[in-house]
Every structure is written in structure tokens, then in C-alpha cells.
Write a protein that binds this ligand. Structure first.
Ligand code: SF4
Length: 409
């Protein structure tokens, strides 16, 4: 039994192709400046200034999904980057030093990643992104600027929002200097407006999974989310999700579930195991289980964005993210999702090289289990380094977990 494909995924795929070709063209011709940005960095500011925006994390996820990552990680290790740190970072730097990119396989004519004119980070998610960008700043001899976000935030206070907003504003002079143009607040408002629209419609797409049976899976979401990550702030990304949403609504009306005979509804916390996305999809759907919602895919929902209040609302949006928050907040958030999606059980992916996205290390998973009575399972693995993944163990543990859920029905 396999999951049913989403037809409009092809629309998202075309968007990604156009996105990479535009970047490649800019890198070759020099017609537009390119800013590299962390996945939850201030992309709106960069777009508003006229930069094309490239996201190394998306490239690193492609390295994982194409299973190129594991062989490339040791090349970064040889440069002194530990195999214990972010395997997005190590795979990406390994690919760079080896002159390899999955873009060359996916998109004819593209030979390399687009050279940056500036690197812009936000450490709201982790420190690894700054170290990662530091490497490239030296390699390309270009400026690196960024924002030091907060971590473990319980309440998103005014003091935090103000501090982050001022940091965003302080990026402007360097952004102006590199691109040779003045910052335009009205352009930023316009981009934030599109970003908010993209965020809202992406949220709607993900929330269709509350239907029984759910019309999509986490594995669909992990690939469908490309335009929400790289295209936020553009009307084209909004148009992609209008089409996806229409298809999903039609599926709901027809009671057309993504997994045939959906019997178990699972929540996934943590990163995908990119090199096993297809295998995990088959494993769960073969057991009539739909992993239908995740913390990860929701990371690109920025409900606070408000064109009327650009800097403060960006600061709030990028601080309200799950990854930035305290365990108290995460506990509340996951319990809310359990109710909203009518979840039967939770899987926590304990990713060896990303503690920031592994929420089962300090007792949170067990606390939620005790509070809700809902079974949980921890899968040890990794986002990109397949040396940390045991397929046999995952299969055995998931099968036992589903048996447990069956007993509770
Ligand atoms: S959050 Fe995790 S996976 Fe993402 S860049 Fe940071 S360490 Fe890597």
C-alpha cells in the first residue's frame, strides 16, 4: 500500500525549478545580487532590497534526499567540522569542497550553487548556521551579517521583540552598500504582505490533515514546503499553494485519504530523515498509519507578520517559532496539535546531529505521554547522516508501536 500522490506537487516542483534557474542565471550574468539566508532568517528584508535569496538549508536537504550527504560529510570532517554537529552543515560544506551539488542532477545546465554577494543569518534556530555561513564568507570573501536570536523563550516579550527588531534594522546599511540601492520601507511592507499570505495558505494546506481521512501526509508536506521556505515574500509562491489547497479540499470532499484505509493518525516531531523519506512513507502507509502532521512543516508559518508593523512583526514572527521556544511552550503546542489532528500516537525523531530539532532529550516526550496518555515512540536517526540510521531497528520499533496503537483501539 503506497500513499496517493498529490497531483499539484508538480506545480511546486516547477516553482522550485524556476527558482533555481533564476538564481543560476543571476550568478552567471551578475544581473542581480544574491543573498544567502538561513531558513528562518530575514528573507523579507533581502527580497525587499532586490536580492535573489538562496537558502543553503534547502540545498542541504536535497543532499540528504538524494542520499549524497553521507559520503560528503567526511570531507567536512577532514576540515575540522565534527560529525556530531549539524549534518546539513557538514554535508553542504563537504559538497562544496568536492564541487558537487544535487542541483546539477535535478536541473540541466546548472553546474554549481549560486555564488553569494552577502550572507545573512539568524541564530534563532541554532548557532550552527552562523558557523556554516562563516565558512562561506571566508571562501567567497563576502560580508556576513546577522541577528542573534533568543532561544528557550517562554513568553515572547516586548523587550525581546524590540531587541530583535533593532537588530533587523541594523542590517540595512550593509545590505544597501552591497546592492547599491536604498532600502524602501514600502517595498518591505509589500513583501511582508506576500510572505504573510504564503504563510496563511501554507497553514491551511497543513491543516487539511485534520480531516478524516487526512488528504496529505507529513512526507508530502516535507517536499511540498519548498516554495514556502524559498519563495516566501513572492506572489508566485502564494499561487502554488492556492492550487495545492484546491486539490486537497477536493480530496476532503471526496473522502479521499492519502493513505488507503487510514486507521492510525500519527504526529511526527523533529526533522525528516531525508534519505529515508520514501521508505518511511511506505513503512507507515503499509501499516495503515498516516503520519499526517509535524512540527517541522509548520516551521514556516509566520502568523505574526504584519505589513503595517514591518520590523516588530518580523521580530515577533521569527521569535514565536517552535524551535525558539521553551519546553513549557512546546508541551502546550504539541498537546494542542494532538487534539486538533485527532492523533493516536507521537513519533519523536531523535536526530543525532541536530539537538535543536530533537525534543525528546530532556523529558518532554515522556511528560506529554504522562499528561495525555498517548503512546510515543522515539526513533534514533538523523536528517542527513545515514550512518546514524538503523532501518531494521526503525522498522521493528514502528511495527511494535502500531501494534500497541491497535490494542488501544
Ligand atoms: S536547526 Fe538543526 S538541522 Fe537546522 S541548521 Fe541548525 S543544527 Fe542544522
Amino acid at each position: 500500500m503506497v500513499r496517493k500522490q498529490i497531483e499539484t506537487a508538480a506545480v511546486a516542483g516547477r516553482y522550485m525549478a524556476e527558482y533555481y534557474y533564476e538564481l543560476d542565471n543571476a550568478a552567471k550574468t551578475g544581473e542581480k545580487k544574491i543573498a544567502w539566508c538561513t531558513s528562518v532568517g530575514p528573507a523579507e528584508m533581502l527580497r525587499a532590497m532586490g536580492y535573489l535569496v538562496y537558502f543553503p538549508e534547502t540545498h542541504a536537504a536535497m543532499l540528504g534526499a538524494t542520499r549524497m550527504a553521507t559520503d560528503l560529510i567526511p570531507c567536512a570532517t577532514a576540515l575540522g567540522y565534527s560529525p556530531e554537529i549539524c549534518s546539513y552543515l557538514t554535508a553542504d560544506i563537504g559538497a562544496f569542497v568536492q564541487g558537487q551539488t544535487p542541483l546539477a542532477k535535478a536541473y540541466k545546465g546548472i553546474e554549481r550553487i549560486p555564488r553569494p554577494d552577502i550572507l545573512v543569518f539568524n541564530t534563532n534556530q541554532c548557532r550552527d548556521v552562523q558557523d556554516w555561513f562563516d565558512f562561506y564568507a571566508k571562501e567567497f570573501n563576502v560580508p556576513i551579517i546577522g541577528v542573534s536570536g533568543n532561544v528557550g523563550v517562554k513568553d515572547v516579550s516586548r523587550a525581546i521583540v524590540t531587541s530583535v527588531a533593532r537588530q533587523f534594522e541594523s542590517l540595512i546599511p550593509t545590505l544597501e552598500e552591497v546592492i547599491g540601492a536604498r532600502f524602501d520601507i514600502d517595498k518591505l511592507r509589500e513583501v511582508i504582505g506576500y510572505s504573510r499570505q504564503c504563510s496563511d495558505i501554507w497553514k491551511e494546506v497543513l491543516e487539511t490533515a485534520a480531516a478524516v481521512p487526512a488528504p496529505l501526509t507529513f512526507f508530502d508536506g516535507a517536499t511540498l514546503m519548498g516554495p514556502a521556505v524559498v519563495g516566501r515574500g513572492t506572489p508566485e509562491a502564494v499561487a502554488v499553494y492556492e492550487k495545492v489547497l484546491a486539490e486537497l479540499k477536493e480530496r476532503i470532499a471526496n473522502k479521499d485519504g492519502a493513505v488507503e484505509n487510514e486507521r492510525f493518525r500519527i504526529y511526527w516531531d523533529g526533522m525528516p530523515v531525508w534519505g529515508r523519506l520514501g521508505a518511511h512513507s511506505k513503512l507507515f502507509s503499509g501499516l495503515n498509519a498516516n503520519v499526517l502532521a509535524s512540527t517541522y512543516c509548520s516551521s514556516w508559518i509566520f502568523t505574526a507578520l504584519d505589513p503595517a508593523d514591518p520590523f516588530e512583526s518580523m521580530a515577533r514572527a521569527y521569535t514565536e517559532l517552535f524551535i525558539v521556544r521553551s519546553d513549557d511552550y512546546k508541551d502546550m503546542y504539541i498537546k494542542d496539535k494532538i487534539d486538533f489532528y485527532s492523533i493516536d500516537g507521537i513519533i519523536y525523531h531523535n536526530a543525532k546531529t541536530c539537538r535543536n530539532n530533537s525534543n525528546c532529550r530532556y523529558g518532554l516526550s515522556k511528560r506529554i505521554e504522562a499528561e495525555t496518555g498517548l503512546p510515543m515512540l522515539t526513533i534514533d536517526g538523523d536528517l542527513n547522516d545515514m550512518r546514524c540510521v538503523s532501518d531494521e531497528q526503525t522498522k521493528t520499533n514502528v511495527e511494535a508501536f502500531i501494534e500497541l496503537l491497535e490494542e488501544r483501539k
